[in-house]
Design a protein around this ligand. Structure first.
Ligand code: ATP
Ligand code: MG
Length: 684
């Protein structure tokens, strides 16, 4: 008997146990926040391996964010010591897709060393394509980009998009979609949505490929199922259609990615597609105090519901929820920082017991300043992450070009960085020539045909750049790839370039250090294969794979280190999904911020309410919400109205600080008139 497994099963409640031990058919766990859905997944992985004897490499568990995947991996790891967990896939959907693409490059018609375009690269490509037609503004590009992304998420091919176009705009977008896909292919590149789209389409079109993957994955587990989009669902469905062995867990009240194509209806679709689906509901919450749970339940009751759920908790009543009204955003940030400082001592808590959540990344800026002022260690997830720094984008472009010389965007970014006197005219001529010849910019840059188009100096400079890259590529092939990469940055004197461009030497120093950190990370990533894409085969991880993983992580806006050292956690409400903290602060409970103005205008308040629900249910012991009466936006001080969501919380469990008087509107108007009259009098 497996003692550890038995003990573990004993800690579960009967319904959770049922979900873990039901293995013969499809299983859906539909339950509210903190009810142990993720725990069911992690325990079930261990159960499948330890109790049912399923090899770890036959199991794939997927979730949404890298952070959640890491957490899951950690929890599973504890139950699978030694080699038991070898070959297990615990990753994000996108990493799983990346691995499928990597394994099926040839069938997909890609050459090895493909590039992963981040949204900025994709936008640059679209901009190029659109400028061919007319002058376009950023808004238009964004709209088309969003539309293309939606099509891919819904598995609509360019041909289908074209034939279904209903008006001129759609027709235009569909034609761009076609050109965009064609160009990506020519660059030997894929974009973020392709990571799911390509495998799904491939599985549909190539039965042998699908059969191969069905042999490879026997059991799938999906966390946060409510946020899967059509293509992700299709991927799961295709893989699992025969065996019907999977477990998905989700909570329709936590669906917060509709704007990115998520389809909560996939929950219902599942019942239609898999008639033998077993649905299990969990009702006990193990995370939060009664007060926090009641607040969450009361708030979400304002949304219409397909599935009724009741959540209860035995964690005791707990403290009131505090709502703190501040004069302005600066006072708000100051207040949160000083609160954390004092409460940490009072509660003898750790820094990492505190999380501050907000709607938009910009809200973190002031908070960072205040936290630094008090010397409070913190970790900011997402936002202006490591990867959006210029020096890192340069370095990434070098890496990308090294593994895929056809990556024109990478070429363009660094051909003149550091300065090589290769100007826009040269680039334009080169680009025209490359288009005509149907080759990449890199390949074109050393072709003889250029001689007729460019002056000798320009030719020479281009050729020199070409040789630089070619030489490093050769050295990478022959021996120590990392050493070759490191010496490249020295040869081009990237550091000197940083010094020339930085406002102060210390800034340049820091930037150069960032580049070395990136390369160290690359090295670690090659050694550890740490993104959960260990596909069971024993092949050693090469630099190409490691670089594409870095790009993927970059896109998913994760920070460089995976340190779980003792730091206050700063993250957006979106990024907080699935996580939990003893003490949670939610900032900016104001109309136009939460709910966000765009959502108010678009009439998608329900999704904002779910977002607030996600935030509230992250808290285990205490929850504090803050807001500002005034906030600077577009260089102006604006008056803020408290969020409608505050009115939807149970009044008795809330203690306000500085609550604005509930004036009747008539009085307020009068007071306003008085003020205007007073002002007029003053001016006269
Ligand atoms: P979310 O919807 O926010 O993702 P969830 O349903 O995935 O939440 P978990 O994160 O799995 O919930 O569990 C919430 C907390 O409850 C965790 O700290 C977990 O360890 C604990 N927990 C889950 N099940 C039990 C149980 N049977 N006994 C004690 N604690 C439990
Ligand atoms: Mg969870």
């Amino acid at each position: 008997r497996d003692e550890l497994m038995q003990t573990r099963l004993q800690t579960l409640n009967p319904r959770q146990r049922e979900a873990v031990t039901y293995i013969n058919g499809p299983c859906l766990v539909l339950a509210g926040a903190g009810s142990g859905k993720t725990s069911v997944i992690t325990t079930k992985i261990a159960y499948l391996i330890r109790e049912c004897g399923m090899p770890a490499r036959r199991i794939a568990a997927v979730t949404f964010t890298n952070k959640a995947a890491r957490e899951m991996k950690e929890r599973v790891g504890k139950m699978l010591p030694g080699k038991l967990g070898h070959g297990l896939t615990v990753s994000t959907f996108h990493t799983l897709g990346l691995n499928i693409i990597k394994a099926e490059l040839k069938v997909l018609g890609y050459r090895s060393g493909f590039s992963l375009f981040d949204p900025e690269d994709a936008k640059a490509l679209l901009r190029d394509l659109m400028h061919k037609d007319a002058a376009v503004d950023a808004d238009q590009i964004n709209r088309v980009q969003h539309q293309i992304s939606q099509w891919k998420n819904d598995l609509v091919t360019p041909q289908q998009a074209l034939s279904h176009a209903e008006d001129q705009d759609q027709d235009y977008a569909a034609r761009l979609y076609e050109a965009y896909v064609r160009h990506l292919k020519a660059y030997n590149a894929v974009d973020f949505d392709d990571l799911i789209y390509l495998p799904a389409v491939l599985f549909e079109r190539e039965p042998e490929v699908l059969a191969r993957w069905r042999k490879r994955i026997h059991y799938m587990l999906v966390d946060e199922y409510q946020d899967t989009n059509s293509s992700q669902y299709r991927l799961v469905r295709l893989l699992m259609a025969e065996r019907e062995t999977f477990t998905v867990v989700g909570d329709d009240d936590q669906s917060i990615y509709a704007w990115r194509g998520a389809r909560p209806e996939n929950l219902e679709q599942l019942q239609d597609d898999f008639r033998s689906l077993k649905v299990i509901k969990l009702e006990q919450n193990y995370r939060s105090t009664a007060v926090i749970l009641k607040a969450a339940n009361t708030l979400i009751a304002n949304n219409p519901h397909v599935y009724e759920k009741t959540l209860w908790s035995e964690m005791g009543r707990g403290d009131d929820i505090r709502v703190i009204v501040n004069r302005n955003e600066e006072v708000e940030a100051e207040r949160v920082a000083s609160e954390i400082l004092t409460r940490r001592l009072k509660l003898s808590a750790k820094w990492k017991d505190f999380a501050v959540l907000y709607r938009g990344n910009f809200q973190a800026r002031l908070l960072e300043i205040k936290l630094q002022h008090y010397q409070i260690p913190y970790k900011l997830s997402g936002g202006t992450s490591f990867f959006s720094r210029n020096e890192i984008r340069d370095a990434m472009a070098y890496l990308r070009l090294l593994i895929n010389p056809a990556d024109d965007n990478a070429f363009l970014r660094i051909v003149n960085v550091p300065r090589r006197e290769i100007g826009p005219t040269t680039i334009e001529k080169l680009a025209n020539y490359a288009t005509e010849r149907q080759v990449s910019l890199y390949d074109a840059s050393c072709e003889l045909g250029l001689q007729e188009l460019l002056p000798e100096k320009a030719l020479f400079r281009l050729a020199r750049f070409n040789h630089l890259i070619a030489d490093v590529r050769k050295r990478m092939d022959q021996g120590d790839a990392l050493a070759a990469i490191r010496s490249l940055f020295q040869e081009i004197d990237y550091e000197g370039w940083l010094y020339q461009n930085a406002s102060a030497p210390i800034v340049a120093e820091k930037r150069m250090a960032n580049v070395w950190t990136l390369i160290d990370q690359l090295e670690r990533s090659m050694q550890r294969n740490d993104e959960g894409d260990d596909d069971g085969s024993e092949e050693t991880d090469d630099v190409e794979a490691a670089i594409s993983r870095l790009v993927l992580r970059d896109i998913m806006e994760q920070q460089q280190e995976e340190d779980d050292t003792d730091k206050v956690q700063l993250l957006t409400l979106h990024a907080s999904k699935g996580l939990e903290y003893p003490h949670v602060y939610i900032m900016g409970l104001e109309e136009d911020l939460l709910p966000h103005r765009n959502a108010i205008e678009a009439g998608t308040i329900e999704e904002e309410r779910r977002l607030a629900y996600v935030g509230i249910t992250r808290a285990r012991q205490t929850l504090t919400m803050t807001l500002a009466r005034q906030r600077k936006a577009f260089g102006e001080m604006l008056n803020c109205t408290p969020s409608r969501f505050l009115d939807e919380l149970p009044e008795d469990d809330i203690s306000w600080e500085g609550r604005p008087d509930k004036e009747d509107p008539e009085k307020k108007r009068e007071r306003g008139m008085d003020a205007i009259a007073g002002l007029k009098a003053l001016l006269q």
